[in-house]
Design a protein around this ligand. Structure first.
Ligand code: EPU
Length: 433
């Protein structure tokens, strides 16, 4: 998927956010559940889909494989995978999106054959797929790289025991996708425990799979002969919710975040309380209230239930204006501090040494022209723009569109002054000036 660079966000910041925001379906669940539909022998309806470009890209791949894809409304899609004949996902289709790798597991489960270009996605240093490949090989597939494509072939898939060398969301998902169609029992040890892993397992089980232990470090999958079509609703997006919670705190606001699963937000709530926010918890909503300048705190990102790496840039942005010095350690990715240069342009004082950032809180951030260097880095500079008094322009917002639905509308709904400006509008403004 190409990330379009022609539009930008223009934010006039310094306004505390106030009101309520409705959270959409989880991106990282959607991008696993949609490829999983390929395993069904009849149509599936998927509800609560987020309106983001990564979902559009996955649906395009499904269509290119031969599935019949029909949007029922903005957040529900009906997909009939019974017409799929191809097992090839080309480079053009896979680039720019990490989740394209899930077609490996789903197509292997469906056809015992898959040929998929290596995945793209955010640049956090090297993003290997060795654990995915180890899983496919253990299940009985021959894996080769031919003409830059990952090629999987199996006569049959057989249940096995796989120990992941590191906790990997992607490898856990890919192994589950193939193992549901293997003969016998597959056990994944040191499995990822993220909410989207549980959501995928619930989806597959509703189709007739037999998966136990999702949400713990050991997942057991007993293969079944067929999976049938179902209607399924995706869980709320933990990271979208967390991003708006941090934006509320960072602007000294009072925002109710609706349609969330508070259990998924525990680590984010704990850290917000540590910096001085009040967080009220309801059945399917949380409310974040911040009256004072945030206090400093230390954060280490870890696989779930630890503090999510996908919230690290946003939280570091809040800490940029905290009283005192905070230390942020990245425990998942090798290089997830590329956004720091952008915050520095806005006056933040952050020193990065490898996987550690030392943040000396400043009283305020200043507006500046900045870039969204990746998806969550983009969310971070949006928060920074909302905090800074004056006009911040953010370029390369295609990255943000990959994972945040209706961001402008949602933020305007809580009082933010933010616009999406197209190149044409910019030309118009220049002509009139
Ligand atoms: N790793 C390996 N070998 C592998 C797989 C992973 O060494 O075969 C390493 C990675 O290099 C990384 C760590 O293991 O250091 C964890 O990677 P993981 O496989 O868990 O990440 P992923 O599946 O590629 C998903 C999310 C990311 C999120 C991570 C961690 C999707 C589509 N992406 O990536 O989300 O950061 O899990 O939670 O689910 C985002 O939404 O902004 C995003 C980047």
């Amino acid at each position: 998927m190409e990330v379009p660079n022609l539009e930008k966000f223009v934010i006039r910041g310094g306004v505390p956010l106030n009101g309520s925001i409705h959270i959409g379906g989880a991106k990282n669940a959607a991008v696993a559940i949609l490829p999983a539909v390929l395993l069904a022998d009849g149509p599936c309806i998927i509800d609560n889909l987020p309106e983001i470009s990564d979902v559009t890209a996955i649906l395009k791949v499904m269509h290119s494989l031969g599935a019949q894809v029909k949007m029922i409304n903005r957040t529900s899609v009906e997909i009939d995978p019974s017409t799929v004949r191809s097992f090839v996902v080309s480079k053009d289709m896979a680039k720019g999106m990490r989740a394209s790798s899930y077609f490996l597991g789903a197509l292997l489960g469906r056809f015992y054959r898959a040929r998929v270009a290596p995945p793209g996605g955010c640049d956090f240093g090297i993003r290997p797929i060795d654990q995915h490949i180890k899983g496919f090989e253990s299940l009985g597939a021959d894996v080769s790289i031919e003409n830059g494509m990952v090629d999987l072939r199996a006569q049959r898939l057989s249940g096995c025991s796989i120990y992941l060398d590191m906790v990997s969301v992607g490898a856990t998902i890919n192994i589950m996708l193939a193992a549901v169609r293997a003969n016998g029992l597959t056990v994944i040890e040191n499995a990822a425990r993220e909410p989207h892993i549980v959501d995928l397992a619930n989806f597959l089980n509703s189709m007739g799979a037999n998966i136990m232990g999702a949400g713990t470090g050991v997942i057991k999958i007993r293969g079944v002969g067929r999976l049938h079509g179902v209607e399924y609703s995706i869980i709320p997006d933990q990271i979208e919710a967390g991003t708006y919670m941090v934006a509320a705190a960072a602007t000294g606001g009072n925002v109710r975040i609706e349609n969330v699963t508070p259990k998924h937000l525990e680590s984010i709530i704990a850290k917000l309380e540590e910096v001085g926010a009040t967080v009220k918890i309801f059945d399917d909503a949380v409310q974040v209230i911040m009256n004072d300048r945030p206090k400093h705190c230390n954060v280490k990102t870890l696989p779930h239930p630890g503090f999510p790496t996908d919230m690290q840039p946003q939280f570091a942005t809040l800490l940029a204006i905290a009283e005192g010095t905070s230390i942020v350690k990245e425990g998942v990715w090798d290089n997830r501090f590329r956004y720091v240069d952008q915050l520095t342009l806005m006056g933040a004082k952050i020193h990065v040494d490898g996987k550690v950032a030392v943040i000396s809180g400043v009283e305020k951030l200043n507006p500046a022209p900045v870039r969204a260097v990746d998806l969550r880095a983009g969310a971070a500079v949006v928060i920074a723009g909302l905090m800074a008094n004056g006009v911040t322009e953010i370029e390369e917002i295609g990255h943000i569109d990959r994972g945040y639905e209706c961001l402008v509308e949602k933020l305007r709904g809580v009082g933010a002054d933010i616009q999406r400006v197209s190149e044409e509008t910019q030309q118009e403004v220049l002509k009139q000036a």
